[in-house]
Design a protein around this ligand. Structure first.
Ligand code: IPE
Ligand code: IPE
Ligand code: MG
Length: 251
């Protein structure tokens, strides 16, 4: 039995999924919270809170079916351009989320990690992240990877700076630079590329997410707004993915 199969707590064939070729890594651009709230004549913050509920269902399903890594785009480097009240509301929501959920995630063997430049975040959010990642670091179930103050261009720029300083210090030489080395300097070092990227809310763009890692990723776009997304819809996306013919430039 493969390691992945051992981690499944439900029979995935009953969900119409094939055990072989299940994506190891799924990335999600969780979009549409604001529009979801607007439709209900509620403030955008209401949509963000509802988005956390969707998160719970998606994480549970991903964990149950044996997905290894789930990367969630929670806050982009461009999201700082939103009104200050919305930004601080989102930061507060993330602090509350980790405070409230990290223990339960830990009990479910979930390992919490982050990508993105954490240095610009508020101290209390950094503290919560450090606590949650430390608490869960030895877990070998689902890796819940949260992209916070993350931008694909920022990640590549930081990687280039680190490579340049390794060159300066003589730790590497320019001949050592190849795709494998670049990957070691990305925030996702050691994590397989996502096979499937889901974006909710009917927007057909990347918004600066995982530019390097998605070179051969399959995309799944849905009009569903993020707060209406859930574990069943995640399974539907994986079913769609499993019908695809991935050729990687070959025949
Ligand atoms: C996604 O929902 C959440 C974040 C970007 C943090 P939005 O807030 O972008 O919602 P819409 O796209 O305005 O509906
Ligand atoms: C992408 O959504 C970022 C996150 C989901 C965190 P946005 O709503 O910020 O992206 P744009 O503005 O529609 O491109
Ligand atoms: Mg949006």
């Amino acid at each position: 039995m493969t390691r992945q199969k051992m981690k499944q707590t439900i029979d995935i064939e009953t969900l119409g999924l094939k055990p072989e070729g299940l994506p190891k890594h799924i990335a999600i651009i969780m979009d549409g919270n604001g529009r979801w709230a607007k439709k209900r004549l509620m403030p955008r913050s209401f949509g963000h809170r509802a988005g956390v509920e969707a998160l719970r269902s998606v994480i549970r399903t991903a964990s149950d079916i044996g997905i290894e890594v789930l990367t969630l785009y929670a806050f982009s480097t461009e999201n700082w351009n939103r009104p200050v009240e919305e930004v601080s509301g989102l930061m507060q929501l993330m602090v509350e989320y980790l405070k409230r959920e990290a223990r339960a995630l830990h009990e479910n063997n979930v390992k919490i990690t982050t990508i993105g430049d954490l240095s610009r975040l508020e101290g209390k959010l950094i503290d919560e992240i450090q606590w949650a990642t430390e608490l869960t670091k030895d877990n070998d179930g689902l890796n819940l990877n949260i992209a916070l103050n993350y931008g694909g261009r920022d990640e590549l720029t930081r990687a280039i700076k680190k490579i340049a300083s390794a060159l300066d210090m003589g730790k590497i030489s320019s001949e050592d630079i190849d795709t494998a080395l670049v990957e070691e300097y990305l925030d996702t070092a050691g994590v397989p590329d996502p096979e499937l990227l889901i974006r909710t809310s009917g927007e057909y763009r990347f918004s600066n997410f995982m530019l390097w890692q998605t070179a051969y990723t399959e995309f799944y776009f849905t009009n569903t707004l993020w707060p209406d997304f859930n574990g069943d819809l995640l399974v539907e996306a994986i079913r769609d993915y499993q019908k695809r013919d991935r050729r990687f430039g070959s025949l």
